[in-house]
Design a protein around this ligand. Structure first.
Ligand SMILES: NC(=O)c1ccc[n+]([C@@H]2O[C@H](COP(=O)([O-])OP(=O)(O)OC[C@H]3O[C@@H](n4cnc5c(N)ncnc54)[C@H](OP(=O)(O)O)[C@@H]3O)[C@@H](O)[C@H]2O)c1
Length: 411
């Protein structure tokens, strides 16, 4: 039995407990062992919560219990998170954290201490929430000289800038909206002044370039001064405005910056909207890579932390050995799925066009060809329609990707 202690039962810590509870069977299969949350360390006592009986106030209970092999640190802040993490490592427990402030300041030291004690210090969730970026950067891209890392790493500021762009909202209104929706904290300064992005950028720079980067030494500008006029002028010229963390390397060293930038609409990061994050890494062998997803939130962040727990338990992490024989019907026939479709036909025969026009949601004519945008239907349903039209010359038939529709029609 793998016994875990969670320090800090807030947004992230409770998410970790929920995943361990809800995905128990999946995790047991992956770990070849049962996993359970033995203790929860928090200031509050969570009366009435199903896990209230596991709450402790005294860290030494966790520290002195040899059955606890992994400690999840989701308290935030530097102290006492640093002190508890150090003690846990010295008590031969692996530590998994989402705390970018702590990792950006003391990550190197804690990694060294973990190595000395034969345990792991893992922090996948500290950058990009649920997006895998730490392990890809340190392992999968290890054959590369990294030349730059560029990212939208803060969902709060990206949401605010997206609102300003889409609704013409002033900064203050977009911030209030983000706070009302729970995307921004009551004191939003760490996000909007760029400090949160800066800590994450420093962690990525530490890994990519091999030297500790102190966040205090990085040029860091936030988005408080961005106005709707900045955004509309940028849009007219084909740009959006994004808060970027960027670091590039040359032969002498690195140049890091966190600031709002005008970004061409053709740049892939310009499509990263709302609370989403996107991080691009350029390596001299792999070229450009991009990591995209939920940069925060209980379940995405906890998902990265539970991935780290699995890693800490030293389960060979990649790839999982899949089974040879799937049960009957495991691979479904895609022809049973309904897809919306773009169908272009030649000819102007009114009778054929009428049949298609009647079921199309949109039609575009050009010369003697007409493109029809058909609603979701299976291949069989489409065949029935096409059979009704004699001598139809189909020039093009392309499925429209709408993820929600990509399920068996009767499923
Ligand atoms: N939320 C996200 O989406 C997200 C995403 C990525 C990374 N992170 C990082 O994850 C960490 C946790 O964030 P969170 O959003 O889960 O914070 P949170 O909701 O405020 O949870 C932190 C919990 O830790 C407790 N705590 C604080 N100090 C403690 C202490 N000394 N002893 C025991 N318990 C203590 C807090 O209790 P009180 O409430 O009573 O203070 C709270 O229950 C932070 O480092 C954050 O930057 C968060």
């Amino acid at each position: 039995m793998i016994q875990v202690a969670i320090m800090g039962f807030g947004v992230v810590g409770s998410g970790v407990a929920k995943i361990i509870e809800e995905n128990q069977a999946l995790l047991a299969a992956r770990l070849s062992d049962e996993i359970t949350v033995k203790y929860i360390l928090d200031i509050r006592d969570f009366t009435g919560h199903a896990l209230a009986g596991r709450v402790v106030r005294d860290f030494s209970v966790i520290e002195n219990d040899p059955e606890v092999s992994v400690v999840v640190e989701a308290m935030g802040g530097v102290h006492p998170a640093y002190d508890y993490s150090l003690k846990a490592i010295r008590a031969k427990k692996s530590v998994v954290t989402s705390n970018k402030e702590l990792v950006s300041l003391h990550g190197r030291e804690l990694l060294e201490e973990a190595k000395k004690n034969g345990v792991r210090y893992l922090f996948e969730a500290s950058v990009g929430g649920g997006i895998p970026i730490i392990r890809p950067l340190s392992d999968c891209l290890a054959a590369n000289e990294i030349s730059s890392v560029t990212g939208i790493m803060n969902g709060t500021t990206n949401y605010i800038l997206t609102q300003m762009e889409e609704n013409g909202a002033p900064f203050a209104d977009a911030l209030s909206d983000a706070q009302a929706r729970g995307f921004a904290e009551r004191d939003p300064s760490a996000d909007i002044d760029g400090k949160d992005t800066c800590r994450k950028l420093c962690i990525l720079a530490d890994i990519a370039f091999g030297y500790q980067v102190n966040p205090d030494l990085v040029t860091c500008e936030g988005i408080r001064a961005i106005s709707p006029r900045d955004i509309s002028d940028a849009a007219e010229a084909g740009y959006c405005i994004k808060l970027l963390g960027h670091v590039r390397r040359d032969s002498e060293g690195i140049t890091p910056i966190v600031a709002p930038f005008l970004l061409s609409r053709t740049h892939i990061l310009s499509g990263v909207s709302g609370v989403f994050n996107g991080i691009g890494v350029v390596g001299n062998m792999v070229g450009e890579t991009m990591f995209y997803g939920h940069g925060a939130g209980s379940a995405p962040t906890a998902s990265a932390m539970v991935g780290d727990i699995i890693e800490a338990c030293e389960v060979p992490s990649s790839p999982v050995l899949w089974k040879e024989k799937a049960p009957e019907g495991y691979i479904k026939d895609v022809s049973e799925c309904a897809f919306a479709r773009y169908l272009r036909v030649k000819g102007t025969r009114a009778d054929s066009l009428t049949v298609l026009a009647e079921c199309a949601v949109r039609a575009v004519s050009n010369g003697d060809e007409t493109g029809f945008f058909l609603p979701a239907m299976t291949d069989e349903e489409l065949a029935v329609i096409l059979k009704m039209i004699p001598e139809l010359d189909v020039v093009s038939s392309i499925r429209i990707f709408t993820p929600g529709e990509f399920v068996p029609k009767n499923g």
